[in-house]
Write a protein that binds this ligand. Structure first.
Ligand SMILES: *[C@@H]1O[C@H](CO)[C@@H](O)[C@H](O)[C@H]1NC(C)=O
Ligand SMILES: *[C@@H]1O[C@H](CO)[C@@H](O)[C@H](O)[C@H]1NC(C)=O
Ligand SMILES: *[C@@H]1O[C@H](CO)[C@@H](O)[C@H](O)[C@H]1NC(C)=O
Length: 550
């Protein structure tokens, strides 16, 4: 309930609220002061919006070659473009005005024992908007629809690098100082040793996988993606050219500028942490005796094929204000320090904004092979894209999880005019809320533990919303048959598309910024003994006949 109330207020304020510094006077620019030319830094937290074989830049309109972890707006999918990004109902980033999308290959563990694959948990993600360099350029916001890709998924060898006097290689991005290194890893270790000592004697960042455990407390293996900050202004979508790094070459006072006539964006740096140490804890990986067992989703055991994509969906006024005014804010540098609360998504709101993969294939649990036929290619030669049968795309408007003994009634908006569709018992986190758990909780037929937490009433209706909330009721929801929600239902069908917090393979309603699209079910009246055999609930998907060709 809490969430929807907050959500509703936020819905009204989002995009209209002005971002300004809330901190002490050091945070606000003096009146009449010239517009600052540089962003110092602000950090935008990210949460996953989707895992799946989706890449709206490289594989627009079809399944992509390998699994990505995507962050950002809820229209993330094969058809995403600037317009649909701005039009999305929510975003999994910390800034409500940031309807961009960011994506990078998923990391998987390959068991040294039986060669099966399983996803590595991603634990923390953020993107830095900064310009730690000085520049005489004006920093401009990204226009919606602007795309870029950095890194080469097929690379399997050490990139060209500039040796530094005194040892190591140049790992920065100023082309005047060395060959820019836009994609790298950081591997903090418990004993402080540096697996990249030869590349970088001064820190633990480097190129390619570290081939060592990154076991520093509460960190993990980190992807570091540094996006280009200069654009020639020619094409929003031609991601292969006209994007580059700012340089000190030929400038005064060491200013780091873009070529004349180009647009200078904030320098963006995305960090994604992966908990590789958990495989040591589980006994599946012995770093002392096993070979490096982790691979990028495109079958890359070297790490040289790491890459990151970006499709801009910022409200440009807000980003402009952040660029101009957020620079003097200090603290941990997160964007909430220079924004109205109403412009910021809570962790729950970020986590509730997610959508399932539209590609109909298993991507969770132990897998024989990485999705998309991505067998490992060790290099050093460029990898070749394996082709396998093209995967179909499903129609998100019909997605729901089947629950034995219950009938799915559709997706309807809950909390319209502050009214709950079902007013019986309700449950939320930390319960492992899935449609099947909610069914057991509402009908009193779940495991003893569920029922204890639940009610003695045997409810016959249930709904799930917001990824982790379960509501029960004794009667058909009142609004189901009113013209308003009947109409809204038709309109909002596609909005029950949030995966459950407790199980990424199932659907638990949706999150629509302010309202709560709810997945609604009714208990079958059949004699329980004649019920269909209990089976694993799974995503129920209809594939468009004509989508089969993708
Ligand atoms: C934006 O969303 C509305 C309502 O869902 C829809 O009618 C419209 O076609 C969308 N526009 C774009 C550009 O996706
Ligand atoms: C492979 O090994 C893991 C444990 O390392 C195990 O959980 C999994 O079930 C095994 N897969 C197969 C196909 O045997
Ligand atoms: C980036 O600029 C450098 C010169 O500073 C040039 O050598 C390089 O080709 C450019 N890269 C792209 C992708 O345009």
């Amino acid at each position: 309930m809490r969430f929807s109330t907050i959500g509703q207020l936020v819905f009204l304020l989002a995009h209209s609220s002005f971002v300004h510094c809330l901190g002490p006077s050091s945070c606000s620019a003096a009146p009449g002061a010239p517009t600052p030319a540089l962003v110092e830094q602000f950090i935008v937290g990210l949460a996953p919006v989707m895992y799946g074989r989706v890449d709206p830049i490289i594989a627009h309109g079809k399944a992509s070659a390998h699994v990505h972890l995507g962050f950002g707006n809820s229209n993330f999918g094969p058809f995403l473009d600037g317009d649909s990004a701005l039009n999305a109902s929510c975003t999994s980033t910390q800034a409500k005005a940031d309807n961009s999308a960011y994506w990078t290959p998923r990391l998987s563990f390959q068991s040294p024992k039986n060669k099966s694959y399983i996803a590595v948990p991603a634990t923390q993600e953020k993107v830095y908007y900064s310009s730690s360099m000085t520049t005489s350029d004006t920093i401009k916001p990204f226009p919606p629809g602007f795309q870029m890709l950095i890194g080469d998924p097929y690379k399997r060898s050490m990139p060209d690098a500039t040796p530094l006097e005194g040892g190591g290689i140049y790992l920065g991005r100023n082309p005047d100082q060395g060959i820019p290194q836009p994609v790298q890893f950081t591997c903090p270790t418990a004993d402080g040793s540096n697996p990249y000592a030869k590349q970088n004697p001064y820190g633990n960042a480097g190129l390619g996988f570290p081939m060592a455990n990154c076991d520093a407390y509460s960190t993990g293996l980190r992807y570091d993606i540094y996006y280009p900050d200069c654009w020639d202004g020619e094409s929003l979508t031609d991601y292969t050219s006209g994007r580059n790094y700012s340089s000190t070459a030929g400038t005064e006072n060491g200013d780091q500028n873009c070529p004349k006539g180009w647009t200078h964006f904030p320098a963006m740096h995305m960090e994604v942490y992966w908990d590789i140490n958990s495989f040591v804890a589980s006994g599946d990986w012995n770093p002392a005796s096993d070979a490096w067992p982790f691979q990028l989703a495109q079958g890359d055991p070297t790490g040289f094929g790491i890459h990151g994509d970006f499709l801009a969906g910022w409200d440009t006024d807000t980003l402009h204000t952040l660029i101009s005014e957020c620079k003097t804010c200090d603290g941990d540098g997160e964007v909430d320090q220079c924004s109205d609360t109403s412009a910021i998504n809570s962790n729950d709101e970020m986590n509730a904004c997610n959508v399932p993969s539209p590609v109909d294939e298993p991507i969770w649990g132990w897998l024989e092979e990485q999705p998309g036929c991505n067998k490992p290619q060790y290099g050093p030669q460029e990898a070749v894209q394996a082709t396998c049968e093209e995967a179909g795309l499903s129609n998100p408007t019909t997605q729901h999880s089947d629950v034995p003994g219950w009938t799915y009634q559709g997706c309807y908006l809950d909390f319209v005019n502050y009214e709950r569709l079902l007013t019986g018992a309700s449950a939320s986190l930390p319960n492992p809320v899935t449609p099947e758990w909610c069914a057991g909780y509402c009908s009193g037929t779940g495991t003893a533990d569920d029922v204890q937490k639940g009610q003695t009433t045997k409810y016959t209706w249930m709904l799930l919303e917001y990824s982790f909330q379960c509501f029960c009721g004794s009667e058909a929801p009142k609004l189901l048959n009113t013209p308003s929600n009947t109409g809204v239902n038709g309109l909002e069908q596609g909005l029950c598309n949030s995966v459950c917090t407790a199980d990424q393979t199932q659907i638990c309603g949706g999150s629509n910024g302010g309202y709560s699209p709810a997945s609604i079910y009714s208990l079958d009246r059949a004699d329980p003994s004649s019920r269909k055999e209990k089976r694993m609930s799974h995503l129920h998907r209809h594939v468009h006949a004509h989508d089969g060709s993708f």
